[in-house]
Design a protein around this ligand. Structure first.
Ligand code: G1P
Length: 292
């Protein structure tokens, strides 16, 4: 197989966001604002930093604000230009210039595997990235960039992975794997299971919302039947892929926040707020002065 690059990134963003009600009743979860930008923009910026030039967002009804967000906004730009607000004008423009962003729909909530399948025609016959916008990874080298670099070595499917504590493994895809002797961050996957009961989990290695998948995954998704939660699970399709190709976990460097969860979102807001170059110093001083 010729050496392949990762040019396209798929963002499953069709879910109802029920964990975040009432905030998500009329606003897509992916548009919740973390510090000063919507969740989805963090993921898109990460994919762009990893070299992706085409972003494919899988949406559903009620998600059109995401289309507006990544589109040009002539009225806003004209107003900012007329008022000589050049810095803000650059901020507004830069979002629409990040990448080519296309949207496709998942007509029914049939699961993550099914959402990825909706991107098949746009992705075509090449390996691609998948980023779940709830998972925000704060890292010196963006998580997907680390994974793309590993993909350049392996040319195989790679799943972002981290070790989770105790029963938390029941909320994730779980990897049964061995460390690769040549690269300590790579884990050779032997088996995987979606949301195992803690007593049955083969390890504490969880799949996080970052994947690089080979295009054969589409055929595998078509072949699976509903799994955990009655949904077409991406994990089950990757398990089927394992019968044809190598699959690796990748224990990335960085800190993940589950921003789709209220507590995770609050913590991410504080941590990323403190790191924000313009807002962080004042926030830190204010926090220190409080006697909560
Ligand atoms: C999905 C995947 C799961 C993965 C998780 C990472 O689950 O199905 O394998 O571990 O994302 O965030 P969800 O969180 O959508 O239930």
């Amino acid at each position: 197989m010729a050496f392949q690059k990762i040019r396209k990134a798929v963002f499953p963003a069709a879910g109802l966001g029920t964990r975040f009600l009432p905030a998500t009743k009329a606003i897509p979860k992916e548009m919740l604002c973390l510090v000063d930008k919507p969740l989805i923009q963090y993921g898109v910026e990460e994919a762009v930093a990893a070299g992706c030039t085409e972003i494919i967002i899988v949406t559903s009804r009620g998600k059109s604000t995401m289309e507006d967000h990544f589109d040009k906004s002539p009225e806003l730009e004209a107003t900012l230009a007329a008022k000589n607000k050049t810095a803000l004008l650059e901020v507004a423009r830069s979002v629409s210039k990040l990448a080519k962003v296309t949207f496709t729909r998942q007509p029914e909530p049939l699961g993550l595997g099914h959402a990825v399948l909706m991107a098949r025609e746009i992705v075509g016959d090449e390996p691609f990235a998948v980023l779940l916008p709830d998972d925000i990874v704060d890292a010196a080298t963006p998580c997907m960039k680390q994974m793309v670099e590993a993909f350049h070595e392996t040319q195989s499917t790679i799943l972002g992975s981290e070790v989770v504590e105790g029963d938390a493994i029941q909320n994730y895809g779980c990897l049964d794997c061995n460390p690769d002797p040549h690269n300590p961050r790579l884990l050779a996957v032997k088996h995987l299971v979606e949301k195992p009961r803690p007593a049955e989990a083969p390890s504490q290695n969880a799949i996080i919302g970052r994947y690089i998948l080979t295009p054969r995954i589409f055929e595998m998704i078509e072949g699976i039947t509903p799994g955990a939660g009655g949904e077409l699970q991406l994990t089950d399709a990757i398990k089927a892929l394992l019968e044809h190709e190598k699959v690796y976990g990748y224990s990335y460097e960085g800190k993940r926040h589950d921003a789709g969860d209220k507590q995770g979102f609050l913590r991410a807001t504080v941590e990323l707020g403190l790191k924000h170059p313009a807002l962080g110093p004042d926030l830190r001083a204010w926090l220190k002065a409080q006697s909560f």
